[in-house]
Design a protein around this ligand. Structure first.
Ligand code: GLN
Length: 251
């Protein structure tokens, strides 16, 4: 643990505001764990996390440094779409300004252009990611291993949506095991600037510390205007768990 033996805590390196969008409607696959992971890791690195939950009917905070969104059922996505449209301009401005964002599954789909459900309902996205999603009768469910800029990333997918990347859209990773965006083109997720979309639940961040710290680095350097100064964190258990999934599925 940090702090000296007399119990005096060292001064924080700075405050980082983390906003979780729609935690009631869009976190039914445990993705709130990503926010809890970043809260802990920020503290272990010596920063002061300020955690804020955005619920429908409120203006999205313009002072967000890190934005997280999770997965949900088609009905949950339909419930948040009006509020998402109301706050789309602020979110697009934050994204264009380099704010770190991680949108998982249902929120990933809504940060794209459109999500057409299996029943044919057309849910408009806010177009931060150039992706388009079509619901399918056959769900894509199971463990996933990706090759990414942060090394192997592991997680779990459960989606009906099949997502196609726009011509210039960069994927988050290449599928080594699992289905990914659509089970066909071996891509998974999407990245534009500091905005990441992915189908990986788990929650994805605790099992993939390098990716979690990459998001923290982006947030710290934009918020504080100075280099990220990482602390010493023992990720041995997470690394063992991730390597076990990699060896089992893609070894
Ligand atoms: N409802 C969307 C789908 O089935 C998203 C699911 C999710 O968020 N896990 O594709």
């Amino acid at each position: 643990m940090s702090g000296d033996p007399n119990g005096i805590q060292p001064r924080s390196k700075g405050q980082i505001k983390v906003v979780h969008i729609y935690p009631r409607e869009m976190s039914i696959y445990g993705d709130l764990g990503n926010t809890r992971c970043l809260e802990s890791r920020l503290r272990w690195h010596g920063y002061e996390p300020l955690i804020h939950q955005h619920h429908p009917g409120n203006d999205f905070p313009k002072d967000a440094h890190l934005v997280l969104g999770g997965g949900g059922q088609d009905s949950g996505q339909a419930r948040v779409q009006d509020d998402l449209a109301h706050n789309s301009e602020v979110l697009r401005e934050l994204a264009a300004d380099g704010t770190a964002m991680l949108m998982i599954c249902g929120m990933y789909q809504l940060f794209g252009n459109t999500f057409i459900t299996i029943e044919g309902e057309r849910l408009p996205g806010i177009g931060i990611l150039d992706v388009t999603t079509q619901g399918n009768a056959k769900r894509m469910i199971g463990p996933v291993v990706l090759d990414t800029d942060y090394g192997d990333v592991v997680g779990y997918e459960n989606h009906s949506g099949s997502t196609e990347l726009g011509s210039g859209q960069r994927p988050f990773g290449r599928v080594k095991s699992g289905m990914g965006n659509n089970g066909t083109d071996k891509t998974e997720g999407a990245v534009t600037g500091s905005v990441f979309g992915s189908y990986l639940h788990g929650p994805v961040l605790p099992a993939n510390p390098a990716f979690a710290d990459a998001l923290i680095k982006l947030a710290v350097e934009r918020a504080l205007g100075e280099p990220f100064l990482p602390g010493q964190i023992d990720d041995e258990i997470a690394d063992q768990a991730r390597l076990r999934q990699v060896r089992r599925l893609a070894g």
